[in-house]
Structure formats: C-alpha cells, structure tokens
Write a protein that binds this ligand. Sequence first.
Ligand SMILES: *Cc1c(COP(=O)(O)O)cnc(C)c1O
Length: 389
Amino acid sequence: MGALTELDRAFVANTYARFPVELIRGEGSKVYDTDGKEYIDMGSGIGVTAFGIADKEWKAAVCAQLDKLQHVSNLYYTEPCARLAALLCEKTGMKKVFFGNSGAEANECAIKVARKYAAEKKGAEYSTIVTLQNSFHGRTLTTLAATGQDHFHKLFQPLTPGFVHTPANDLSALEAVIAREKVAGVLIECVQGEGGVIALDEAFVKGAYELCKENDIVFMVDEVQTGNGRTGAFYSYMHFGVSPDVVTTAKGLGGGLPIGACLMGEKVESVLGAGDHGSTYGGNPIAAAGALSVISRIDDALLAEVKEKSEYIFSALAGKKGIKSVSGKGLMIGIETERPASEIVKECIENGVLPLTAKTKVRLLPALNIPMQDLKKAIDTILAAAAKI
Ligand SMILES: *Cc1c(COP(=O)(O)O)cnc(C)c1O
C-alpha cells in the first residue's frame, strides 16, 4: 500500500470504493500514478474532463481568468457567467440559466422550478415530481428521493416527500401516475447512466414529453452525465426530438472544475425571482471560464468525431468472445461481459487502462477528443480481458 493510500484511508471519509491507483498527473487521455506507470483514461473523471487532462485551451482560459478575478459574490455582474449563460441559451434555445456547483444542485434547482411553477399555476398541492425506476439524480436528500433505486434510500429516511417512480419505457404507467397524482414535473435521463448506460425508447421520451405538454406539467431532462457532447448531440434530448422545459447539466460542463447548470425554457423562464434560489459559488468566474472554453468547442465537427469513435467501439466489441451486449450512445458506453465487470476492470488496470463500471457493466466515458490510437489500445485491452472465459 502506497503512502498516499495509507493517508487517505486514515483521514478521508470512507465513502468511495477506490481502485488501488494513486494518480498524480496526466495529459490528454493519459494519466500517471505515483510510480510513473501510464494509464489510458477511459472514465475522464466520470465524464468530466471532456477534452482530457490539462487540455491547453481549457487551461489557458482558466489561467487567464485567474489573473483577473477568482470570485466575487452573486450580488455583482461578472463576465464569464453572463457569457456562458448566453452561449448555453444560444446552443439550446433555452431562455435562462441558474448556475450551481454540481449535478445534484442543478437538479435541486429544477425541482424547485417545477414546484413553484405548479404552485402558482395550479395550486400548492400540485407538488409531485415523477422520475423513473433505475434513475440516478444525485446524493442530496431531495435528489436521492428523485433517484429511483431503493438501495440508495434505506438508511437515510425520511427523504424529501413528493416523489413517485414509474417504470422506464412504460407510457401507460406514466399516464396513470399523472391521472392519479397532482404532478408538478417529470424528470428523466434520456440515457440512464448510473443505472447501467441504458438509452430510453424514443417513443417513450416523445410520449412523456407530449403528456407533459397536454397536462401543463414541467418536462425536465437530467443531462448531468449525457450532456455537453457526450452522446454525440450537444444534449442527449436532441436525439429524441423533444423540447424540454428544464435541462440540468454538470459533469462535462466545467471540463474539470465544479459547475452545474439548470437551463429554463420559455414556459418557466420567469418562475424564479430574486431570493427564490441562490448559491455562493454559483457561476464562479473560474469555473465559468473553464465551461465557456468547453462549450464553445462542442461544434458539429467534434460531435461527428464522437459519433465516429462510438461506431468504432460498438463494431469492435459486438459479437466478440466474452462480450454479451453493448449499450449506450456516443461516448457513453455500457458493456455487458460474461466475466464480472469488476474482474475485467481489475485486469485492465494492471494492463494500463482505466475503465469504469455501472451496475454489472463495464462503463466507458472517455474524453470526447481521445486520440484514436489510445482508444484502440484501450478497446483491445478490454477485449483481451473479456475473452478470458
Ligand atoms: C452524476 C449525476 C448526478 C449527480 O451529479 P453530482 O455532480 O455528483 O452532484 C445527477 N444526475 C446524473 C444523471 C448523474 O450522472
């Protein structure tokens, strides 16, 4: 056990089942441990470092802002925050943005928006938020309540009330919930990430959107993991032909600095007023400058590159020995293997590749600009591990 591991185990809360790897630096899609061993990074900090580690443009944008202003309170106007909000609205057609520091915080904002919209429009009893079984929306007590996986809930009761979970891809079940409950909003991930990298059916997403429109319910899409180019569209809902009222995002948005955003469309753009919500660090100039660098570079050429790499991964893995199935969209991939995913990951780590897991699957979330030769090497390593059955 390395000295770093020992120190961490002694003093850091034991909330993560860490892999036995001590990372100290990186460049692009390569990271290095305390012994100087090189790894290909197939997780990018769980879909965070969109352009890899220490990306030059991102670093220049962040450092330039550091020389100007690292923080002032939200009682004043600052440039990176305003420009980032404008760019996000330009790229999505949304109307207003609230900034926080994480995915959970972005979802907290979305839930407040839906509840306030419904309270003012229909009455305070219209407070129910519908989410999907097997979803993941965060770790705060409210976003845990939104998360449709019971094993996260058990010892943390009581959670925030007013959440109902309905099965994914079952439109009549959703219709029944809407008929039975006083619903303020529906919140979905178009591709369930932590739940096992499972894309929803297009008919269900479209149907849920239509149901919300007919019933004046706030339709919200959690793009914390799927957003910012990850699935080969700017946001994953764009694959499904729907126009959400609220979009939440974080992870890849900041390229490695903590930032989350709740984007509000026309229907709800005026719901939040002064004093309704806030966050000391929200829209922090450094994080916003990093995000501005990331978002301004997610263009059609990059999205085409994401799709190409995705097609390569699917075709390289499909039907190969030990591979049961491949799921996901873009560079958000779940691999069902005959060997347990944990064994595959362990062997990959030994061979210099760092994949993730999601439930029983091996999960890949590489940087959007991962060089093809690194990607090929990583896929070959995974194939070799999977084939040992
Ligand atoms: C990671 C994730 C969250 C939580 O984001 P944090 O930044 O960890 O709070 C919420 N929703 C989805 C879909 C996620 O993948």
